[in-house]
Structures are given as C-alpha cells and as structure tokens.
Design a protein around this ligand. Structure first.
Ligand code: SF4
Ligand code: SF4
Length: 209
C-alpha cells in the first residue's frame, strides 16, 4: 500500500494563478505549493489534524498541539471571537483574554503551554458561554488554520467585509473591519475551517506500478 496526498490539482493550479505564479502547473506538479509554510507530503497532511488533550485541572480547557510557536499571528486568528486583551491576562502565564465584543464578558483564555509530548502547544479555555460545543468547534478550526494554512486565498473570499487579507505570505484578520459574523469559522462557509482539511488528507491506495 502506498500513502499519497489527495489533492485536487485544478484547485491548486487556480490558487497558484491567484498568487501570481508564472508557472502554476509546474508549481503544483513539483509540489512547491506544499512548501508555502514548510510542509511536504505526509508532514503536510499532519498539519490538518487537530491534536489536543483535555486539561486535567480545568474544565472546558484543552491543550492543542501547534506546529510552530504561538505568536501574534496565532492570537490574531481569535479576533472573530471578540476583543483581545493582554492587559487582563495573567502576565506570568503570557495569557491573553478574549472579551465578547458586545458584553465585554471574558469568553476565552489563551496561553502558551509546555507539554512534554508536544513541541509547541497552547492552552485554550472557554469561559462563560452557553454554546460550548459551537465555540469549541470554532476554536479548533482556528488552530487548524494556524497549522495548515497554505494561503490559498479562500478565507479572503469567505469574508464579505474585507477583513481577511493574505499578502506577502501573511494571513491577517483586520480587527477594525471584522464584524464578527463568524463565517470564516463556520462549517457552512468553510467546512473544517480551512480548505486544506479536504486537500491535504492522506488516503491509502493500492501500489501503482
Ligand atoms: S468572516 Fe470576516 S467579518 Fe466575519 S468573523 Fe471572519 S473575519 Fe470577521
Ligand atoms: S482556506 Fe483559509 S486558512 Fe485554509 S489555506 Fe486557504 S486561506 Fe489558508
């Protein structure tokens, strides 16, 4: 049996064109697109898996594996949830609190985390929300974006308010434009939170001679 990465070639060629590649077919067939964020082959397929463990000491908290250290670009993915505040977080833990944009009630706590089996990790705790499962799913979608985004530009087109830009290799949510409609974190508009969930899946196929 051979493991191969299942990718829709025509989709990838379209996105290679969108990002201005002069040789989109070669870019895709050579596998260069996978290197847009350091991934390749099976490693790229690992990026879409959401790996986490439940926090043993806190309810509604999960520790997620990341494929690079959480930085400002990670926190930026949580703008659609509400207002980000470092000031309200515990400084010693480098915690960021996300406040509901209307009520100013804290709804998320985000902090870098050390966990022996994960090289990079973050702890995210959901606070004060009634619809825990929905928020949980959206959190996991944003974790997937951080690990797997290949800057295919789909998120730009999902956001009707022009709040998402992908330029110079950077994915950014512009807080001043974000209406927090949550379309970019909705299975209805972006199943799995990232198109790569579909395109980087690995499947087992019979050996091809
Ligand atoms: S789709 Fe756009 S406006 Fe809506 S939450 Fe996402 S970034 Fe914000
Ligand atoms: S769907 Fe969005 S998060 Fe996924 S690769 Fe495309 S732009 Fe990045």
């Amino acid at each position: 049996m051979r493991i191969r990465v299942q990718i829709r070639r025509d989709f990838l060629i379209g996105f290679a064109r969108q990002i201005g590649k002069p040789d989109p077919e070669t870019y895709v067939d050579d596998g260069k697109w996978k290197a847009r964020q350091g991934g390749n082959g099976i490693a790229a397929a690992e990026d879409i898996k959401i790996k986490f463990t439940n926090c043993t000491s806190e309810e509604y908290a999960k520790i997620y594996q990341l494929n690079k250290p959480p930085d400002d670009s990670f926190l930026n993915l949580f703008v659609p949830f509400g207002k980000l505040s470092k000031e309200l977080g515990r400084k010693l833990l480098d915690e960021t609190i996300v406040l509901d944009a209307r009520s100013n009630v804290p709804i998320l706590s985000i902090q870098p985390f050390q966990k022996s089996e994960y090289e990079h990790a973050v702890k995210i705790k959901i606070l004060n929300v009634a619809n825990y499962e929905t928020v949980q799913r959206m959190v996991s979608y944003q974790v997937r974006k951080f690990n797997a985004c290949r800057k295919c530009l789909k998120c730009e087109s999902v956001c009707k308010f022009g709040a998402i830009s992908i330029a110079n290799g950077a994915y950014k949510i512009h807080e001043s434009r974000c209406r927090r409609c949550k379309a970019c974190m909705s299975a209805k508009y972006l199943d799995g939170g990232c198109l790569m969930d579909r395109y980087l899946k690995t499947v087992k196929t019979p050996r091809e001679e």
